[in-house]
Design a protein around this ligand. Structure first.
Ligand code: FEO
Ligand code: CA
Ligand code: CA
Ligand code: CA
Length: 571
């Protein structure tokens, strides 16, 4: 665990205390404003937001979607284009006329499908601050029904074939878009996380399933009820009794070109199928593309993809994310670790099955079970990367869905881990493509006002900066790491004094961590990126409670802009 060294702080702000109220707080000398809320129109003629109904089904793909998450900024032809995920739907909020929130019609389902996915918006800073450029040719919604192609080793495999798409290479929609990533060639990576929740069965006597399908359902949590989205009752595609392979067409990393509104998104199957959090792409010294990825489920794994081809600016990038090797992380207790290749030789599975059932392949080679790997981010100033391990109530209690042991281990040292930690690894030879690394814990979250020992957290946690459940994360260009939380905001018991979910900033060298922002009660803070001049920071507020931000009947997930009052650079 890093030792906080006494030194001059690199943070250009006075850290803020915790808050438990219904709004956002930033340090003295900074301010925040709304950029975009669920329901804000992207084009002229789109409906104004209706607090009674939350909008119509047909209008729901012409507005900013629900539950903002990962985001990236792209500069193109002098414009700034934000690509932003809309992770999931809050049915009671998005279908307010249905008392239990359950869809009652195909229209209700279509509305939810339209509110999720991805948005691309052009944004511009004017006299009254940042705003969406309405009617920009780049504004685009990608939903649960947008046509996509499947590429890489699983494309065309029988497990990806359906009655509607016997080729197994065309699919509709991207699902539960959680964290994000950006390729060196300027495309957006959106990561499909809890895709299993959208599927269900209308019949107890399903059509025949291919070999391995039921084992896959079990490992990935595909069930007859899903998470009660009830899509399957009104849209046959989501009925696994009729379309047992449809769930295999979700759970991928999807590449989107934000500069071409007519481009078809591509599901990159070489990057594996699991509950993808985000995708952090970096280059190895020889130009190979390395993508780090976490699988956010209790006791699941961390992954790395290394391309066979090399990236060179201006050269074609076709196939770079389709041809390469997928690895899982093995952490040793002596603070070393290795990336284990998932190949037919190591797993006994064919290449397509390794892609489709990556979790099963990871178990076959003995990957380390983790405390829910959320965002991974690489330090631009050092050859090292960080992963938020958010929490894990099952650590030391029960195995993962594959039966793998979840006793405490090196980077996951606490049973029934309530607070989470951030693991950091340094690849050997200063090369992200190296198969070995050294690791340590950058921080172990905890509550030193309630506990002593491991539950108090590491030395760089104190009463003034404590937090739980690190989740979103990103480095700024100066090399500071911003940490966002998605945990308990009860402010009681184990979480006493931690207040609402928050965003902190860490110095990777000294270990110092300071609280920069707090979110409204009920919300998590997730997703961050900067304007081109770094004088504005865009931050996501997901699932706010109450009636934030505009005091109407319904709360509206939003992206906010944080600025310094002197318009200085942030971070
Ligand atoms: Fe969508 Fe694991 O957070
Ligand atoms: Ca997350
Ligand atoms: Ca989380
Ligand atoms: Ca979330």
């Amino acid at each position: 665990v890093s030792e906080a060294k006494a030194s001059v702080s690199r943070f250009a702000f006075k850290p803020i205390p915790t808050f438990t109220d219904a709004t956002v707080h930033v340090p003295e000398g900074y301010s925040w404003k709304i950029l975009a809320r669920w329901g804000d129109a992207l084009v002229d003629g789109a409906e104004e937001f209706d607090h009674e109904t939350g909008g119509s089904a047909v209008g729901a793909d012409k507005v900013f979607g629900e539950n903002t998450d990962g985001m990236e900024n792209f500069q193109y032809q002098g414009k700034q284009l934000l690509a932003i995920n809309h992770e999931y739907a809050n049915r009671r909020i998005n279908l307010p006329q249905n008392e239990d929130g359950a869809p009652k019609s195909a229209d209700d389902v279509l509305k939810l499908q339209h509110l999720q996915g991805v948005v691309v918006i052009e944004v511009e800073e004017g006299d009254s601050g940042w705003a969406i450029v309405k009617n920009s040719q780049f504004n685009r919604r990608i939903t649960h029904n947008t046509p996509m192609t499947l590429a890489g080793p699983a494309a065309g495999h029988p497990l990806l074939q359906t009655a509607v798409d016997p080729s197994g290479t065309q699919s509709l929609g991207t699902f539960n878009n959680c964290g994000s990533g950006k390729t060196p060639w300027g495309t957006y990576l959106t990561c499909e996380e809890n895709f299993n929740g959208y599927f269900g069965a209308t019949s107890a006597t399903p059509v025949e399933r291919m070999d391995g399908v039921d084992a896959g359902y079990k490992r990935y949590g595909v069930t007859d009820t899903g998470y009660n989205y009830d899509y399957h009752k009104f849209d046959e595609r989501f009925d696994i009794a009729k379309n047992p392979n449809e769930p295999h067409r979700a759970g991928w990393v999807v590449e989107i070109d934000p500069t071409d509104p007519n481009s078809t998104p591509v599901k990159r199957t070489a990057l594996g199928r699991f509950k993808h959090e985000n995708a952090e792409a970096v280059l190895a010294p020889d130009g190979r593309v390395v993508v780090y990825m976490g699988d956010d489920e209790r006791g699941e794994f961390m992954y790395r993809f290394v391309s066979n081809g090399v990236y060179a600016p201006g050269q074609p990038t076709d196939g770079l994310l389709d041809d390469g090797t997928l690895y899982v992380a093995k952490f040793n207790d002596d603070q070393t670790g290795e990336w284990l290749a998932l190949t037919p030789e190591t797993t006994g599975m064919d290449a397509a099955s390794i892609a489709i059932f990556s979790r099963i392949a990871g178990s076959a080679v003995g990957a380390t079970t983790m405390d829910r790997p959320e965002w991974i981010s690489a330090n631009p100033n050092a050859v090292e990367a960080y992963c938020c391990l958010t929490n894990n109530k099952n650590r030391g209690v029960k195995p993962n869905a594959g039966g793998d042991d979840t006793s405490v281990n090196g980077p996951n040292p606490r049973e029934t881990n309530k607070y989470g930690q951030i693991v950091r690894w340094r690849p050997h030879n200063e090369d992200h493509a190296s198969d070995t690394f050294d690791w340590d814990l950058y921080v172990m979250a905890g509550n030193p006002t309630v506990h002593e020992g491991p539950k108090a957290g590491s030395e760089n946690v104190n009463a003034g900066n404590m937090f739980n459940s690190p989740d979103g994360m990103g480095f700024d260009e100066s090399g500071l790491v911003w940490i966002q939380t998605d945990g308990s905001d009860s402010n009681e018991g184990d979480f006493a004094g931690m207040g609402n979910n928050q965003m902190l900033v860490g110095d990777p060298v000294t270990g110092e961590i300071a609280r920069f922002m707090t979110g409204p009660k009920g919300a998590e803070v997730t997703g961050l990126t900067w304007s081109a001049d770094r004088r504005s920071m865009f931050v996501g507020i997901q699932h706010p409670g109450g009636n934030w931000p505009d005091g109407g009947k319904l709360p509206r997930s939003s992206v906010i802009v944080v600025k310094r009052d002197d318009n200085g650079v942030i971070g």
